[in-house]
Write a protein that binds this ligand. Sequence first.
Ligand code: ATP
Length: 491
Amino acid sequence: MSQNSAPSTTLQDIIAHAKEYGFVFPSSEIYDGLQAVYDYGQNGVELKNNLKQAWWKAMTQLHDNIVGIDAAIFMHPLTWKASGHVDGFNDPMIDNKDSKKRYRADQLLEGKAEEYTNLGQPEKAQALLTKMGALLSAEKLDEVRQLIIDENIVCPISKTSNWTEVRQFNLMFSTQVGSVAEDASNIYLRPETAQGIFVNFLNVQKSGRMKVPFGIAQIGKAFRNEIVARQFIFRMREFEQMEMQFFVRPGSEMEWYENWKATRLKFHQAIGLPASKLQYHDHDKLAHYANAAVDIEFEFPFGFREIEGIHSRTDFDLKNHQELSKKKMQYFDPDLGEDGKAIGNYIPFVVETSVGADRLFLATLCNAYTVETGEKERTYLKLHPALAPIKAAVLPLVKKDGLAEKAQEIANSLKSSFRTIYDEGGAIGKRYTRQDLIGTPFCIAVDYETMENGTVTIRHRDSMEQERVAITDLKEKIGYAVSMERILEEI
Ligand code: ATP
């Protein structure tokens, strides 16, 4: 028997599976969908909630000095002035005049660099990226356009290089608050959750009597008007972020940065992403707020791409909020310095970990999707048991002779401990297959022997092995295997 998942799995396989088995649907599909917006179905929402719970617990339960908040999506407009998003949250876009298709200029050049790398010319690739970085930083957009032309980059649809000029496009969505047009003021849908944490920094620090170093975690929606959004839930216009801002003493930020880099990689491995499909990617071009930045990348069917960013954000955000709000953002550090006096007031530095819940979902799904070929073909989702939408399915061998009632009774007795379903429809083999396709780790079969001696068989999803166990042992046996503890213990 041979097994394969990515790389021979394509994104199309994943999209089709996600739709067919209730994980992800295109948004408002009956109206032909809305580009780059997706809905999670009955199994998808469970998997996503489990991922969010794993992250939340890994942050707040495993660390005494990290607490969570849930800030609003709407924020005072000055927030986005202070954060730099009003002036700087832009992507360079370019249109092809023949196909009328829009592209991100940086992505066209990155694609070319990837081509050079694949052709065994990594130096040429690096030189191109360096040049692009320099031109973009200097806002030399006409030269970025020239670079695209010089590199003979053509539109994949029209195959021409009939390009417009390059323009900066702000990614924030805006809307109005207030019922009367004259009173209405423009506000933004937040493009990241981080700012909700920064503006609450002192509220949390004071009300929670938090001492630096400490962190604030948050899970929530973010919105970006992405220019090119063609990779399923990898790049959406409405998505969910899981961010944690860790406030540290200035000067200690690099130590914490290294620390979080390692801890976050461990998290991804603990939820089941193999080390061989994860890598760090240091940023060549640092964002306006960062003095160090790295991405954790996962190998999707379309290559290694970012799932999480870890940034050392200095005191950029708090300092700017202090300036615009005229409210002090300082922390009083009571610890003693080398001179024996209290260190006193300072604006903390921040190390941020920022992961997309949807990208983590896609990585998890791509990694779990397994096709076994050979004598008997089988497709199943090899999800970590704690992440699986359904933990156990109870299946009576036949409906008659009291087996159905017995199976229902067992399912009911397990429901309060973990998500259990009862299924009596169709041949038992078909029912196993249905559970395999959504990643249910345990199938419990109720047969005639059950009626005689109170035992059932447990069929294990990955090995398909069956073992006979007493009904009275089910709760404990399955309960631990599917618990979040299993993930948290690995971090
Ligand atoms: P990219 O370079 O891919 O646009 P980014 O560097 O702008 O991503 P960050 O601003 O660092 O992303 O956001 C942190 C995380 O949020 C990313 O690692 C990603 O997982 C997630 N994320 C960002 N934009 C999107 C999006 N449009 N759709 C889904 N997830 C996103």
